[in-house]
Design a protein around this ligand. Structure first.
Ligand code: PLP
Length: 391
């Protein structure tokens, strides 16, 4: 079987320095907030073109932390796509707020600015929830339409989060999503384009006081510099907890892994784009291949296609047939979030989410990673060609 994502090929490339970096942490004993954490955060700022970066426990908590920092909670609405991984929408109920589901663009699968505008206006008209923020998702690694989405946010006074769990490293006209968003978040789950060897996440932001608040929330609302300045204490302010936070520290070992992975990440993004180009060359006459926004560079977390209408067979027949030929596939995502029981109680954009619902029944993702060889890729392309062309 061809690997869907080949983490072992990457591990071999990283070699001994990676294992040495892990062992160094093990021997140092600084398992929590060791020096690798600050070093990785510094490097992440540089790579992500952001003034501040905070490492945290997961991509899910990276979404929850800014919502907490803005005081978003019961009675508040946060707009997001439904065609995404559940964690995007889960962040809202976790702080007591309501997600409002918005439709997607049929070409990029990312948040449709017009559906967003209509959803915000509908929520305002209804008057039950207060619009506070928008979470755009860089689905499958391609950038959302940040210039248009940021304009809608500015018009309505809403904060903008870029959920770049799948898209960290993607750009639009050479700029990362943080150029338009207040906050960009990512996940270091192993299968993401920049993954560690466990769970981890990060919040990139632009304002020093806001970042300071995230630092506090990450460790149980501990007093940070801005809380302590100008005050005197008769005890160590380390144990002064000034707000309700949580524990969302990333392990030092994961930072050590990520420092090594960041060294090759730009090169891997280039390799992913070569693989994507090769797929497009072999498949674009047969199936709908992905569209990246003009001026955009995707990091290709997934390579997702749609089949044309074929007599007597469809998406759900392709997976098993490819599997028989040693080609794994996956469907991201078969059930839109607003169709899932616990999320079906939340509002959707006026007119529902027809594009989201149509795409959920059509998309299928192919093996995609920087180390996918030409022979394997030819085999995948030939298998899809045979499926589409033979009756
Ligand atoms: C993976 C993912 C998350 C959550 O990341 P975890 O680190 O698994 O918590 C959030 N949003 C999107 C779009 C994701 O793909």
């Amino acid at each position: 079987m061809i690997p869907f994502i080949d983490l072992q090929a990457q591990r071999k490339r990283l070699g001994q320095p990676l294992e040495d970096a892990i062992l160094k942490v093990v021997r140092s004993g600084a398992y929590i907030m060791g020096p690798e954490i600050a070093e990785f955060e510094r490097q992440l700022c540089e790579f992500g073109q952001a003034p501040f970066a905070l490492s945290c426990g997961s991509g899910t908590e990276a979404l929850v932390l800014p919502l907490m920092a803005w005081g978003i909670g019961p009675g508040d609405a946060v707009f997001c796509p439904s065609f995404t991984f559940a964690a995007t929408a889960e962040a809202m109920p976790l702080v007591g707020a309501s997600p409002v589901f918005v439709d997607i663009d049929p070409e990029t699968y990312n948040l449709d600015p017009e559906s967003l505008q209509a959803a915000i206006e509908a929520v305002k008209r209804e008057g039950k929830l207060t619009p506070r923020a928008v979470i755009a998702v860089d689905l499958f690694g391609g950038p959302a339409d940040y210039p248009a989405i940021a304009r809608v946010c500015a018009k309505h006074g809403l904060k903008l989060i870029a959920d770049s769990a799948q898209g960290f490293g993607c750009t639009l006209d050479g700029r990362h999503p943080i150029a338009w968003a207040d906050v960009a978040t990512t996940s270091f789950f192993p299968a993401k384009p920049l993954g560690c060897y466990g769970d981890g996440g990060a919040v990139l932001s632009k304002d020093a006081r806001f970042h300071d608040l995230l630092v506090s929330l990450r460790v149980h609302g501990q007093a940070v510099k801005s809380d302590i300045e100008g005050r005197t204490f008769d005890h160590d302010p380390k144990y002064l907890n000034v707000r309700i936070g949580m524990n969302s520290r990333m392990d030092t070992i994961q930072a050590a892994v990520l420092i090594e992975k960041l060294k090759i990440f730009a090169d891997e993004i280039a390799a992913r784009n070569r693989v994507a180009d090769r797929y497009a060359a072999g498949l674009s006459d047969l199936v709908k291949t992905p569209t990246v926004l003009e001026g955009g560079v995707s990091v290709w977390a997934q390579y997702t296609i749609e089949l044309p209408d074929l007599p007597g067979k469809g998406r759900d027949d392709l997976g098993p047939q490819l599997r028989d030929q040693g080609v794994p596939t996956a469907v991201y995502y078969p059930i839109p979030i607003h169709k899932q029981g616990v999320y079906s109680v939340y509002p959707t954009a006026p007119g529902g989410l027809p594009v989201t619902e149509a795409k959920a029944g059509r998309v299928i993702s192919l093996p995609m990673h920087p180390y996918l060889g030409a022979d394997d890729q030819d085999q995948i392309i030939a298998a899809i060609c045979a499926f589409v062309k033979t009756n």
